[in-house]
Write a protein that binds this ligand. Structure first.
Ligand code: NAX
Length: 325
């Protein structure tokens, strides 16, 4: 039997985690032969609810779950962690500007970045989910210089999965017949859901749909899907976000499907002209516990302009929060 991996999860008493934790404990994220210890972090007022979540985890009698730590002490939560899922953040309140959200949540990620820098394994794999996810990851990275910077990522896998479904539904196919979907850029409405390289049962996706559909319906639909769910549900996507976390981390650790791409927001290495260091969503392939940005894709002028708009948004977000790093 393998040694247990320690998985730190922040915001563990929240909506997303109520779906996420049980799937990690059942082996869906790291494999059905991989024991785990969950190290759950919350703010003090949420500890009572988190204790109840622990009771339910205990009551599932998951064979792979070797321990659950419940704490409001960030040092305790990140010590020895192999993986960190950074879900905890404040939701955007009524009348709150994006800049206020950036600053408020940015503070959480500068504080936790410093703690991670001090106590975590330097090769810890980090996924930021709490919004604004890309810029929170950027702040975290700047505050955690000792950590392998490649391993500080943000989630666009939910956007990727939303895009797979929309294209599959439109063309009357199963999602698993759609390959090489790409989300470029920021996890925001400037994201670029790109089907230029996608295939459906091996055929070019662009040959199966009208240009007007993918530019005027598909792209805005995917970009605004989060708001559509909020309008219908009264709160933001939770189970589908948890599923995105599972997919992102499972593929990173265990490998993505050969021949397919998965979208991950990762520190730019300058690929496709994107400013180095920005946490930008790229098509990637994962193997041996690492990811590589897919290189050499031909980019149309239309997509290029969209990619730059999303990059510009990330640059301006970075300026808004520059006092946090
Ligand atoms: P909830 O409000 O249900 O849960 C958030 C939890 O974080 C709360 O229990 C809160 O006490 C905790 N928290 C706040 N500050 C903390 C801190 N400093 N340390 C530890 N825990 C802290 O939100 P939920 O629906 O679970 O969503 C969590 C985050 O995910 C939000 O920022 C949300 O906007 C974001 N999302 C990101 C998505 C993505 O694709 N990247 C999609 C879904 C979601 O919108």
């Amino acid at each position: 039997m393998k040694q247990p991996l320690r998985v730190t999860v922040t915001g563990a008493a929240g909506q997303i985690c109520y779906s996420l934790l049980f799937r990690i404990a059942s082996g869906e994220m790291l494999g059905h032969d991989q024991p785990v210890i969950l190290q759950l972090l919350e703010i003090t007022p949420a500890l009572k609810v988190l204790e109840a979540v622990k009771m339910e985890l205990d009551d599932c009698a998951f064979p792979l779950l070797r321990g659950v730590v419940v704490t409001d002490d960030a040092k305790e939560a990140f010590t020895g962690a192999d993986i960190a899922l950074m879900v905890g953040a404040k939701p955007r309140g009524p009348g709150m500007e994006r800049a206020d959200l950036l600053k408020d949540n940015g503070k959480i990620f500068s504080t936790l970045g410093k703690v991670i820098n001090e106590v975590a394994n330097t090769d810890i794999k980090i996924l930021v989910v709490g919004n604004p996810a890309n810029t929170n990851a950027y702040i975290l990275a700047k505050n955690a210089p000792n950590i392998n910077q490649r391993n500080i990522t943000a989630m666009t896998r939910l956007d990727h999965n939303r895009a797979l479904h929309q294209l599959a539904e439109k063309t009357g196919n199963n999602v698993n017949s759609v390959k090489r979907m790409i989300i470029w850029g920021n996890h925001s409405t400037t994201q670029v859901p790109d089907i230029s390289h996608a295939t459906i049962n091996g055929d070019a996706a662009l040959s199966k749909v009208d240009e007007s559909w993918w530019k005027q319906e598909f792209m805005p639909k995917v970009g605004k899907r989060g708001a559509e769910v909020i309008a219908a549900r009264g709160s933001s996507s939770a189970a589908s976000a948890a599923n995105g976390v599972i997919d992102h981390m499972r593929d990173w650790v265990l490998g993505s499907e050969p021949g397919d791409y998965v979208s991950m927001a990762v520190p730019s290495d300058g690929s496709y002209g994107i400013e180095k260091g920005l946490i930008y969503s790229f098509p990637t392939v994962c193997q041996n516990g690492d990811y590589q940005i897919v290189q050499g894709l031909e980019i149309s002028d239309f997509i290029q302009a969209e990619m730059i708009e999303s990059e510009d948004e990330l640059k301006s977000e970075a300026v808004t929060v520059e006092d946090l790093y």
